[in-house]
Design a protein around this ligand. Structure first.
Ligand code: HEM
Ligand code: HEM
Length: 173
């Protein structure tokens, strides 16, 4: 089923979740530039797609946000005791997924580099923009914060599955 239900996430939510998880994992490989200035296999093959995949992720997160709003009345329910925490955690993940591409674009615009995604020139090169650079300066700290959140999120999913032994993970699989 395409849509969500009280028992499980539907096909579209699952596809968006896992496709974006893979692409965001790919994006985080950009941290690899800190090792030997990116002069290694990962830095030369996967990381150069950073701008293209990041721009695509902006489209995906916009679609995912709209989809989440349309499904909010019939998504799986959370344990009432921790529902507020779970919603806050998922809300922060959404904020991270939206702010990462936006701030990355600010880095590029701020430096006057323009934005080229998959060979398509979305914004042409131009003057440096001080305000955009300032907004872009949150890109790296946000990437660290999102990484911590994702590790916590994966940890919680595994705790549900292997320790609490409930259906939290299987309803997203
Ligand atoms: C979900 C989307 C994205 C994620 C998770 C992400 C993640 C990252 C990470 C982990 C770094 C390395 C930071 C560090 O070493 O401190 C980075 C750097 C960078 N990213 Fe992204 N990024 C995303 C989207 C984008 C987009 C859309 C653009 C541009 C259009 C972009 C442009 C850059 C640039 C220019 C750098 C190097 C400069 C800097 O560290 O400030 N990113 N990104
Ligand atoms: C970049 C990585 C990830 C991000 C940004 C992310 C984000 C999210 C978000 C926002 C939700 C709420 C449902 C939705 O709106 O789609 C969610 C649900 C879920 N995620 Fe992830 N996720 C990531 C990776 C993972 C991984 C690797 C696992 C498994 C080990 C996982 C397991 C789950 C589970 C089980 C749910 C359902 C939770 C529930 O219904 O209470 N996620 N994820």
């Amino acid at each position: 089923m395409l849509g969500d239900s009280k028992d499980r996430y539907g096909a579209l939510s699952k596809t968006l979740h896992w496709l974006m998880a893979v692409l965001i994992g790919w994006q985080l490989l950009k941290f690899g530039d800190r090792i030997a200035d990116g002069e290694h296999w990962v830095g030369q093959t996967l990381v150069p797609w950073h701008i293209s995949i990041g721009s695509l992720l902006l489209v995906f997160i916009a679609a995912r946000l709209l989809w989440a709003v349309s499904q909010r009345q019939h998504r799986p329910e959370q344990d009432p005791e921790i529902a507020v925490l779970v919603k806050a955690g998922h809300g922060l993940l959404y904020a991270g997924m939206l702010l990462m591409p936006l701030s990355g674009m600010m880095v590029m615009l701020g430096g006057g580099h323009g934005i080229n995604a998959f060979g398509l020139q979305l914004v042409s090169e131009g003057e440096e923009i001080v305000l955009a650079s300032a907004l872009g300066s949150v890109h790296s700290p946000l990437a660290w914060a999102l990484t911590v959140l994702i590790i916590g999120h994966i940890g919680m999913a595994l705790i549900h599955h292997f320790i609490k032994r409930d259906d939290t993970l299987t309803r997203m699989l």
